[in-house]
Ligand binder design. Sequence first.
Ligand code: HEC
Ligand SMILES: [Cu+2]
Length: 354
Amino acid sequence: MWQFLVKWLHSSALFPAEASTIAPWTDALYFFLLAMTVVGLVLVGALIFGFSVMYRKEKSPVATQIEGSTLLEATWTIIPLAIFLVTFVWGALLYFRIYNPPTNAMNIYIVGKQWMWKAEHPGGQHEINALHVPIGRPVQLTMISQDVFHSFSIPDFRVKREVIPGRYSTVWFQATEAGTYHLFCTQYCGTAHSAMIGEITAMSPEDYTKWTQQSTSGMSLAQNGERLYAAMGCNACHNGSAAARGPNLAGVYGSKLQLTNGSQVLVNDAYLRDAILNPSQHITAGYAPIMPTYQGQISEEGLIDLVEFIKNLDSNYRVKQTLVTAESDQAAPSTPQPIAPQQGPGANTGMVKQ
Ligand code: HEC
Ligand SMILES: [Cu+2]
């Protein structure tokens, strides 16, 4: 019955395809709301119609005063309340499911700007107004806008999330069927807003691997980040040695940092980005507030590269460094920090959530 309804709606072009794992769930809630609305409409409509016939002027020319009925009032309060509470709980559960990516999700970065979508895969593949994803695997998008508000929407996946300047927002989905799907910007963002569209290509994991190999730019995001890290002089202070003026960034991602103001923060993508742009906002305990701000000096893409580099910094770096130092018998605190080996696009081991 359900399958039939959805198939029929879809083939009549009234309804987007259900092409992600979440789609049947959002649709279930949608149809529940629709059904409740129809029930309400029919009930109220029928009562109005029935009463206006039953109590028309010819039948009851003189108005009679009717005292209230507690039972009746309780009924029409409790039943709608129950329906609203069911809707609320159902919607909240669905919301948490949609906005909390599973820990094994692969991460792709999205940068929105007037008027295009840029996608950056961890392996360094770049796409404009297009996004290739594997099916059968949770995909998390970490999105940010370079200018105004945008909104990233894939109707066939029932995915939609605001893309905000200055802040990462995330959304995730798991595509179920190979195919191409529409991508829209659903937030009016200026003259060419309607052209801010693209194509999502969901493909089998094998095809996706093939695609990533064919479209690689040769440098992963983390490798780009490593270059930028050296070019911006970050390693002047963050070189991992004990004498360094800045903290060792290896393993910082996913950890809890103690700040000088006494609070603790979880280091995630957003925190890393903010630490680079507004270092004076949150000083790590035990360090002087000497880090300069990089506001206006690094593009959003550059920040993503840096974040990806820091994320992938091997937490065993210090240990390894000691071993290497012992082996070669010379201290080398200023050598660039090695990055964790790339395990193919998406094998993002640093993405473990707490
Ligand atoms: C002049 C020295 C200096 C430079 C250059 C510098 N930093 Fe820092 N950085 C610090 C210090 C000191 C802290 C700790 C105090 C604080 O939180 O501001 C810090 C904190 C951080 C943090 C917060 C995480 C933590 O463990 O405290 C990140 C992330 C970071 N730096 C990244 C960078 C990046 C990326 C660059 C280059 C674009 C950079 N830093 C350049 C000195 C520096
Ligand atoms: Cu837009």
